[in-house]
Design a protein around this ligand. Structure first.
Ligand SMILES: [Zn+2]
Length: 312
């Protein structure tokens, strides 16, 4: 039975994984070799912020036949991403500097984020692309053992790095970020960071710190950034965010106070919006021209759900 038949899956970018990661195959060189040799084996060839795309009659496709991917200037590092149905999927990083003179018939390079934002990639591809981007970025930033400083070696089909000197295994990291819609009856709190597109307002967000629960992180971030005290915090949904390897944990928080005091180092502004205003922002018809994040981001879905259902 497909998971979507059991759970109502939301269409978040990066979050709708239909891939079986097949972790039990990662340490079997013979089985991986057989998967690579399959004529339907697919591969994403990644560069720092993007990937190689194949021009097809149906547009741009980021999944290349594995055999074609291996003809490109790629690193020896290989990630086994999993199985989509029977089809094995791998990821290979383009060699550093290879993007400079990248000239291969029918192929081009593009950054991931603009294509994902504009909805030009399928959800079937976005989830493994997030997996590939996060993992390859981790390998690039963690070439040395954090315990003794010796160069470490990728193993387990790209899911671990081992240090031969001190015999320690290093696992890829995921950084939890709490992103929250603060509500107070028929109003919600949105903020603006200086790096946002002009006129866009969104949910507040911040990293969960070591030793902190998600709920405490939500209350701390809202207090630090906007001076609002929150009570009840409830979980909404999560979204992998491969920039470089975050997990956005969407929450709804009930405000206990209303007076806003922003931290100017974090926010340019924060204000309360009515439900009608939030709806107008989502539909791009706000009287002041203010907008909310597009469906690419979990903030859009937090806001949409509240506009539709309120503090349920
Ligand atoms: Zn070591």
């Amino acid at each position: 039975m497909n998971a979507s038949m059991v759970f109502p899956l939301r269409q978040f970018a990066f979050a709708r994984g239909q891939l079986d990661r097949a972790a039990h195959l990662r340490d079997h060189a013979d089985k991986l070799a057989a998967l690579r040799a399959r004529p339907d084996a697919g591969c994403y060839v990644m560069q720092r912020e993007g990937m190689v795309l194949r021009k097809t009659d149906n547009g741009l496709n980021p999944m290349l036949p594995y055999a074609l991917a291996k003809t490109l200037p790629v690193d020896s590092l290989e990630i086994f991403l999993g199985l989509r149905g029977e089809t094995p999927l791998f990821a290979l990083p383009l060699r550093r500097g290879a993007e400079e003179n990248f000239n291969h018939a029918g192929l081009e390079l593009s950054d991931l984020r603009p294509l994902a934002t504009q909805g030009l990639l399928s959800h079937d591809d976005l989830s493994p692309l997030a997996e590939a981007k996060s993992l390859i970025g981790w390998h690039r930033r963690h070439g040395f053992c954090a315990n003794c400083g010796t160069p470490s070696t990728p193993t387990s089909a790209g899911w671990r790095r081992d240090c031969a000197k001190c015999d320690i295994q290093h696992f890829p990291r995921t950084d939890p970020v709490a992103i929250m819609l603060v509500t107070d009856g028929d109003t919600c709190l949105l903020g603006r960071s200086a790096r946002f597109a002009s006129n866009m307002w969104s949910c507040l967000a911040g990293f969960v710190e070591p030793g902190e629960s998600i709920e405490d992180a939500v209350r701390r971030e809202v207090l630090e950034e906007a001076g609002i005290v929150c009570g009840e915090v409830s979980y909404f949904a999560s979204q992998p965010w491969p920039y470089p390897s975050s997990l956005m944990i969407g929450c709804v928080a009930r405000a206990l106070t209303q007076e806003i005091t922003i931290d100017p180092a974090e926010l340019e502004g924060a204000r309360w919006f009515t439900r009608a205003e939030a709806q107008a922002m989502l539909e791009n018809r706000h009287a002041e021209g203010l907008t909310a994040p597009n469906p690419f981001a979990i903030a859009h879905h937090l806001l949409t759900d509240w506009v539709r259902n309120g503090d349920s």
